[in-house]
Design a protein around this ligand. Sequence first.
Ligand SMILES: [Fe+2]
Length: 384
Amino acid sequence: MTHPYFHPDTCELAEFTELVEQTTDPAKTPLAAEVRKNVPLYDMSVLRPQLEQENTRKTLMAEWANVLMSGAGVVVLKGAYADTTVLDDATEVYQQIIAREKEETGGGGDHFAASGANDRIWNSAQKLCLTAPDVFLRYFANTSIAAMSEAWLGPNYQMTAQINLVRPGGAAQQAHRDYHIGFQSADISAQYPAHVHDLSPALTLQGAVAHCDMPVESGPTKLLPFSQLYRPGYVAWRREDFRAYFETHHIQLPLSKGDAVFFNPALFHAAGANVSANIHRMANLLQVSSAFGRAMETLDRRAMCNAMYPHAQAAKNLTRSEMTAAIDACAEGYSFPTNLDRDPPVGGLAPETQAALFQRALDDGLTTEAFGAALTAMTEKQRP
Ligand SMILES: [Fe+2]
């Protein structure tokens, strides 16, 4: 019988190393441009058109899901942003937000790093959307990010994001796993049965968008390919022997501005030390949640929809799939929980979602006022 509970004392480093000392077989990732240090790299300048057709999009998504689930556990999308001017625009907004928040609070907390050489913007998605909705629209009108989110989580995912800015001298993090179980104490983690440890990674996707070039000396994320495969990993990562192994065996890949990296939240990883002289390493950490899970952050998606709507109406240059990607990052994509007395499913099993309302309003040419009223009516119906 397999163990119903994991415990740090029963973790075996030898079992872990056997898993992580595999080698990626390039034959299993035929669409990757190359495999570097076991990590498949995808050239989105070549693959982006494939995201516009259902069958080729599905093939690519299936390959990504396989890598995240049973392969290296991490993929790099080179050139996820074809045009990086939108990243520069967003960086400028984020710099303003950092300066404003510092003034207001005297610097916020960061759950892993000492403050000083590190700045964090919590909920950078909502803050960007409400500060500069036109930039938010262009930022998330990104079919690569949308396809990757859907590849791991399925449709109707919940986009959240945090900015991490690590300045020269910024220290490295210690190896860890991520949300959900990765954010519980060792004691609490051990109380969840083993099958819940297996399910936790399917509830979130971790990603990072590089807002600047990140050579290794600037400290791009340290990763241990295949470490998501170790089932008791959530109770093992605090052990000294596992941490020591990570420090001597992790890999780092340099990133260019506009690249994105995505990994299984069960992968052992840690932000690297910034030992560069003058690189202010800015990444937008995307944390995408399953429709069925609770995200780490609460977002006022109604306010975000109201802010983005007039810009979406004016954006004649976006393709339908780019617009869908932006709407899915902005609006709630799931119908539940709701009040089924007031909000019964009409013409199906689930009531209309906020994202579907956004798309319908756009298609029907609703005014900003009418859309705002429809959003308010929807919130009213969902109220307990
Ligand atoms: Fe992390």
